[in-house]
Write a protein that binds this ligand. Structure first.
Ligand code: ATP
Ligand code: MG
Length: 395
């Protein structure tokens, strides 16, 4: 849409968390950095900020403003993005502009009813919101024949925001996910497998403001290069939400073979999961994480009974967040589809947890008994070996 004397901007509305509380400035700064970090993958831009609003002026990009807005809508801490036009704050200019703007919109896609909604953030602006709406509405009616105002169920709403320097006009709004800016609640390590659940778990904790590192356990040659690529793909897909920067790949074969050789077979899974926890703990402490995130859900498989989860947690020093614990698979799948991880997650590559499993794994492990079996292993050495051979993949 070419409207001379107006400048196109993406108008970003932060969530309510931004409007109150002592931590407002910290939240604002974090959100700004997060928005910029996602934007820098798509365009060059100017960034402006004023009370309760962020503005992005796209300079150069191979993407449309819709595509960029779609990516930005994944950044937690904002509730909506609008593709807006701004003009100097001048009343006559506004009425003239809104008529031209509405006509352009109408020519692209005709409508028969409309409404004007005005927000007057600049209280020094002489005319009250209701009167601005009335006058702007009159201006629109004068250029499009047969149009009606409908305040209750309009086909289209034109929004006007009057601010100190500029007036913003827009009609499209892309909904975002709310939540808290990633990083505002600290950092955790996400145990990321290639399955459906763990990317969803990462998404959910990012929503509450947790920055994340990711750890993936790989058992070549039993798990293939394809399985690893799948995890990298998933990490990239959740990156705009979680702002993940890298994956720590643990080469886990030696540890798994040791468990298989030395421990009772009905305890293989639980011991393996505890060793994954020991290693994850270690990486958490090296990378300044304060919690561990998993995609476990109560009763989903043998390793996710209450007893198994308890004994697994007892291997962790950090708090273990399991945001999917009370969710059904169908609910998890719904989110996986929404965040576009589902199609990748269902690709049929093996996971290290699915090799070396007993036909009848223990579903009610007892800690003291498991600790006895673990004495058959040199756990410190196994953990150290995995840490010494960590592979880091930047994403
Ligand atoms: P998912 O769909 O996330 O793979 P799942 O239903 O297959 O989960 P499990 O295989 O028992 O369940 O894994 C439970 C959790 O343990 C996963 O959600 C993930 O957080 C972690 N996990 C499992 N396998 C791995 C792995 N290879 N690397 C890192 N974490 C893993
Ligand atoms: Mg799995």
């Amino acid at each position: 849409m070419n409207l001379s004397n107006a400048e196109k901007v993406l108008l970003i509305k932060p969530g309510e968390i931004m409007l109150k509380g002592d931590n407002r400035q910290i939240f604002e700064k974090r959100l700004k950095e997060n928005l910029k970090s996602v934007l820098s993958d798509f365009c060059s831009f100017d960034f402006e900020q004023e009370s309760g609003r962020y503005y992005i002026i796209i300079k150069n990009s191979d993407y449309t403003e819709y595509e960029i807005s779609h990516e930005l809508s994944k950044v937690f801490g904002i509730v909506a993005i609008s593709i807006a036009y701004r003009i100097q704050s001048n009343e006559e200019l506004l009425y003239d502009f809104i008529a031209k703007f509405a006509k352009k919109v109408y020519d692209l896609k005709p409508f028969s009813t409309f409404r004007i909604s005005t927000k007057r953030a600049d209280k020094t602006f002489a005319t009250q919101s209701v009167d601005v709406s009335k006058k702007a509405g009159g201006s629109v009616l004068s250029v499009i024949e047969g149009l009606k105002v409908d305040l209750v169920h309009p086909e289209i709403t034109f929004n006007i925001e009057v601010r100190k320097k500029h007036i913003y006009v827009y009609y499209e709004q892309i909904q975002a996910n709310g939540g808290m800016p990633v990083g505002s609640a600290g950092k955790a390590i996400l145990m990321l497998s290639g399955g459906i659940d763990s990317p969803v778990a990462g998404y959910m904790m990012a929503k509450r403001g947790l920055a994340q590192e990711a750890v993936y356990f790989h058992s070549e040659p039993y798990t293939s290069e394809k399985a690893k690529e799948k995890v990298i793909d998933l990490a990239k897909t959740i990156k705009p939400y979680t702002l993940l920067k890298r994956i720590y790949v643990v080469h886990f074969t030696k540890a798994q073979l040791a468990i298989y050789e030395k421990c009772p077979h009905d305890e293989l899974t639980i011991i393996m999961r505890r060793i994954m926890m020991y290693i994850t703990n270690k990486i958490a402490s090296i990378t300044n994480c304060q919690a561990i995130i998993t995609g476990e859900s109560l009763g989903q498989v043998a390793s996710q009974t209450l007893e198994s989860l308890t004994v697994t947690s007892q291997a962790a020093e950090y708090i273990v967040f399991r945001p999917l614990i009370g969710m059904d698979k169908t609910e998890i799948v719904e989110i996986a589809r929404k965040i576009e991880t589902f199609e990748t997650s269902i690709l049929p590559y093996e996971d290290c947890c699915t090799i070396f499993v007993a036909r009848h794994p223990k579903t009610r492990p007892v800690l003291s008994k498991i600790e006895e079996s673990e004495k058959l292993l040199n756990i410190n050495e196994l953990v150290k070996d995995c840490i010494d051979n960590l592979e880091v993949i930047e994403i």
